[in-house]
Design a binder for this molecule. Structure first.
Ligand SMILES: NC(=O)c1ccc[n+]([C@@H]2O[C@H](COP(=O)([O-])OP(=O)(O)OC[C@H]3O[C@@H](n4cnc5c(N)ncnc54)[C@H](OP(=O)(O)O)[C@@H]3O)[C@@H](O)[C@H]2O)c1
Length: 271
């Protein structure tokens, strides 16, 4: 059985990845990282230990896979090091890494304390850089493996430190994918639009002005992302609606774009 490590696995998109990878039914074309019948043992990473153990028990009981718990806060040196160490362990190889853990801050630029902005850069950029490096080094030695880095369509829009950090994820991942071409290691940046998860509530965002058609389902998103990975894409925008929107952003005047994107989904209520 091959193994997938998912950060931020206890909720939202990460939980959907864990469910999908444990259940199998991965699309064809992922032969080098496919487990038995497409199923994967999973290493579940997040901060909430109780929730991680509940999730591990459920995935093990339902799909008969090994589900390991790794409690780590990726905003800390200790947490990042612990996951790096797990990814580098030659006795327990990880075949697929999903760097998914992330969050939004409550407020616009200068309303958010600098310490919170720096924490975001640590989780979205430093952790992604270091965990991708640890995983890809081991994968390159074995000549196979894959990394999915969860960014956002915000990467393509002027949207504060969040958008800037996700733009870094996209550029970094696509550059690394090019550098590792031919090594057997695939890297893909995943750029979701609005997905119904705990994300917005945790960040104290009022999403009342986000139209219904803009919301995506996490399970469908993950299915499409894995299909894109199987097809060897280094960038996945997994929905036709957002593909069209992202195409339009290239044509729209920058000023109009920043006005619109700085408002949508960025009303902040009480947490
Ligand atoms: N939802 C959207 O509309 C949307 C759109 C585009 C991109 N994204 C991106 O998708 C990814 C997942 O977001 P989501 O929507 O699924 O959010 P979510 O439902 O709030 O889940 C976030 C996950 O990340 C974990 N996490 C947060 N901070 C962490 C830390 N410091 N260390 C370790 N784990 C941490 C959380 O678990 P614990 O609290 O237990 O640590 C949780 O499992 C993020 O990178 C986000 O930026 C989301």
């Amino acid at each position: 059985m091959t193994t997938a490590l998912i950060t931020g696995s206890t909720a939202g998109i990460g939980a959907a990845f864990a469910r999908r990878l444990a259940a199998g039914a991965a699309p064809g074309g992922l032969a080098e990282i496919e487990g038995h019948a497409g199923r994967h043992d999973v290493v579940l990473v997040a901060r909430d230990e109780k929730r991680l153990h509940e999730q591990a028990a459920e995935l093990h009981d339902r799909h008969r896979v090994e589900a390991e718990v790794l409690v780590a806060d990726l905003s800390t040196e200790e947490g990042i090091s612990a996951v790096e160490k797990r990814l580098s362990d030659p006795r327990r190889p990880v075949d697929l890494l999903v760097n998914n853990a992330g969050f939004g801050n409550k407020g616009r630029y200068l309303e958010v304390p600098l310490a919170d902005e720096l924490t975001m850069l640590k989780v979205h950029c430093e952790a992604v850089l270091r965990l991708t490096g640890a995983a890809a080094t081991a994968m390159r030695e074995r000549g196979r493996g894959a990394v999915v880095n969860v960014a956002s369509v915000a990467a393509f829009l002027p949207r504060g430190t969040y958008g800037a950090s996700k733009a870094w994820v996209v550029q970094f991942t696509q550059g690394a994918a090019r550098d590792l071409a031919g090594s057997g290691v695939r890297l893909m940046a995943l750029c979701p639009g609005f997905v119904r998860t705990e994300f917005h509530q945790r960040a104290g965002m009022d999403t009342g002005n986000v139209p219904g058609w803009m919301w995506l389902d996490a399970d469908k998103l993950v299915a499409t992302a894995l299909k894109d990975l199987a097809q060897g894409k280094s960038l996945s925008i997994p929905d036709p609606r957002y593909k069209v929107l992202m195409g339009l952003t290239k044509l729209a005047p920058r000023g109009a774009l920043s006005g619109l994107t700085s408002r949508t989904g960025r009303r902040y209520g009480p947490r």
